[in-house]
Each structure stands twice: as C-alpha cells, then as structure tokens.
Design a protein. Structure first.
Length: 138
C-alpha cells in the first residue's frame, strides 16, 4: 500500500474512533447525569412520556429536555456513524468525503453556538474524513 494511502487511512480510522468515543461518552454521561428523570419516566410508564407539543408543566419540560440530551441526542447516531466508518475502512479502505463535508456543515455552526462543549469534535471528525478520502494530485 502506498505511503500516502496509509496516511489517509490513519486519518479515517482516527475519525471513526473519535466518533465512536464521542457517541459513547455522550450517551453514557448524559444518561448518568439524567438518571433521576429517566428513572421517574420509567416508573410513571415509559410509553408516550414525552410529546412533540410544547410542554405545559415543569415535569414535562424536564422530561423533554432530558429526552433530547439522551435518547434523542446525536450520541447514538454518532456511535453508529463511527462504527460504520471503522467497518467500512476495514472492508474497502474508503469512506466518502461527502460524509465528512456533511459533518463539517453541521459541526461548524454547532460549535460556534456552543464552543465550550465537546461539539468541536464534530467538525474535526468531518475534516479527518475529508482528508482521509482525498486523492493525491498527479
């Protein structure tokens, strides 16, 4: 395998592991932080415990916020994406740069709105995927 391809492969693998780590950490940490609310929702009956309508009570508002911090967050999809990137890289060695561009387009404004969070990892993952798929110039 040519050296330049090996270097790009390392970028793709790094993006995959960063996405897996971010997704897993976000899912676990948010769930642990919000376990009281999640346990209360489970005890009250999990089905239809959060609705799309505007919350009308503090309890509804808290459960809606917790839903979007845990199950409805980007944690699980980021974990799935990272796993897919690692799987794809092992199978054929290529992850399309378009996936990285989507993460950059989402992650840059996301990070600008919340710079003191781990949101900066989203555009980093995107940039690694873009760089990992670049073809060398002739």
């Amino acid at each position: 395998m040519p050296r330049h391809r090996l270097a790009r492969r390392h970028l793709t693998v790094a993006a995959g592991w960063l996405a897996v780590g971010l997704g897993a950490a976000h899912t676990v940490v948010a769930s642990l932080d919000d376990r009281r609310t999640l346990t209360g929702a489970w005890a009250d009956g999990w089905w239809d415990t959060v609705r799309l309508a505007e919350p009308t009570t503090p309890s509804e508002a808290e459960r809606t916020t917790v839903l979007w911090r845990t199950l409805g967050s980007f944690g699980a999809p980021m974990l799935a994406l990272g796993s897919l990137v690692l799987w794809s890289e092992r199978r054929n060695g290529r992850v399309p740069a378009g996936i990285g561009w989507v993460l950059l387009a989402w992650g840059v404004p996301f990070t600008a709105m919340m710079p003191r969070s781990p949101s900066w990892t989203v555009p980093v993952i995107g940039a690694l995927l873009v760089a990992g798929d670049r073809e060398p110039r002739s």
